[in-house]
Design a protein around this ligand. Structure first.
Ligand code: FMN
Length: 224
C-alpha cells in the first residue's frame, strides 16, 4: 500500500466487527510504528494493549460507574475551555454531521451521551490501546506521541484494519490507573480502538471535512 493510499483511506471508525486481531499483527504494527521520530529520540511513550478479559473487565468497570452516575476529574482538558473560531465551528460541524448521520436530533442530549459512552466500549473493537507518558513531558513530547499514533493508524490500513483515536479516555484517569497498573508519574494521554471496520454501520460513513489549501498554507518565496 502506498503511503498516500493509507493516509487517504484512514478515517475514524466508530463501529467495529467482532473479529479478533492476531497478536502477531499487533506486534508487527507496533514494531514498525516505533520507528516514528521523536525529539532527541526520547521515544516518550509507553503502550498498553488490551484484548479479551482485561478489555472486558475495563469496559464493565466503566459501564458500572456510568450507571451509578460516577465521574472522575479528567486528566487534562481535551479542548481549550474557550475554543475560538475557526476551531470551534469545525468541532461543532463534525459533531453535528455525526449525529445527523445516526439520526440523533440536536436536542436529544441523552442520545448524544449514549453515543459518547460507546467510546468506553472501544466501539466494540477487539483491541484497545493506551498511550502513556511520563508526567514530566512537555508539548514537544505530546507531538512525538501523536506521530507514533499516526504511524499505528496508517500501518493498520496496510493490514486491512481501522482505528479510532480516543481522547475520551482522559475522562477516566483513576480507573485506568488501576486497570493498567500505572505509577503516579505516568499519565494516560490517549486511547485507540483497533479492529475490523463494520462496513454496514452508517456511523462509519462519516467523511470529515478539511480546510482548503489556500486557507491554511502560506507559500513564501516561490515566485522569486
Ligand atoms: C488525538 C485524537 C483524539 C480523538 N479522540 C476521539 C474520541 O475520543 N472519540 C471519537 O469518537 N473520536 C475521536 N477522535 C477522532 C476525531 O474526531 C477525528 O479524527 C476527526 O473528526 C477527523 O475525522 P477523521 O479521523 O475521520 O478524518 C480523536 C482524534 C484524535 C487525533
Amino acid at each position: 500500500m502506498r503511503v498516500s493510499e493509507a493516509i487517504k483511506s484512514r478515517m475514524t471508525i466508530r463501529q467495529f466487527l467482532d473479529k479478533p486481531v492476531p497478536e502477531e499483527t499487533i506486534r508487527e504494527i507496533i514494531e514498525t510504528a516505533k520507528r516514528a521520530p521523536s525529539g532527541g529520540n526520547l521515544q516518550p511513550w509507553t503502550v498498553h494493549v488490551l484484548v479479551g478479559k482485561p478489555l472486558k473487565a475495563l469496559i464493565e468497570d466503566i459501564e458500572a460507574k456510568v450507571q451509578k452516575g460516577e465521574t472522575e476529574d479528567p486528566e487534562y482538558n481535551v479542548y481549550p475551555p474557550e475554543l475560538v473560531d475557526p476551531y470551534k465551528t469545525r468541532r461543532r460541524v463534525v459533531g453535528q454531521q455525526l449525529y445527523d448521520l445516526i439520526g440523533v436530533p440536536r436536542s436529544d442530549t441523552p442520545g448524544k451521551l449514549k453515543q459518547l459512552a460507546r467510546n468506553y466500549r472501544f466501539f466494540d473493537a477487539p483491541v484497545g490501546i493506551f498511550f502513556v507518558l511520563h508526567r514530566q513531558m512537555e508539548i514537544g513530547q505530546y507531538a512525538d506521541v501523536g506521530m507514533f499514533m499516526e504511524n499505528i493508524m496508517l500501518l493498520a490500513r496496510e493490514y486491512g484494519l481501522d482505528t479510532c483515536p480516543q481522547e475520551a479516555w482522559a475522562r477516566w484517569p483513576e480507573t485506568l490507573k488501576k486497570h493498567l497498573s500505572l505509577a503516579d508519574h505516568e499519565m494516560l494521554f490517549c486511547g485507540m480502538a483497533l479492529g475490523y471496520k463494520d462496513e454496514s454501520a452508517v456511523i462509519n460513513e462519516l467523511v470529515s471535512e478539511r480546510e482548503e489549501f489556500e486557507n491554511f498554507v502560506t507559500l513564501h518565496g516561490f515566485e522569486e
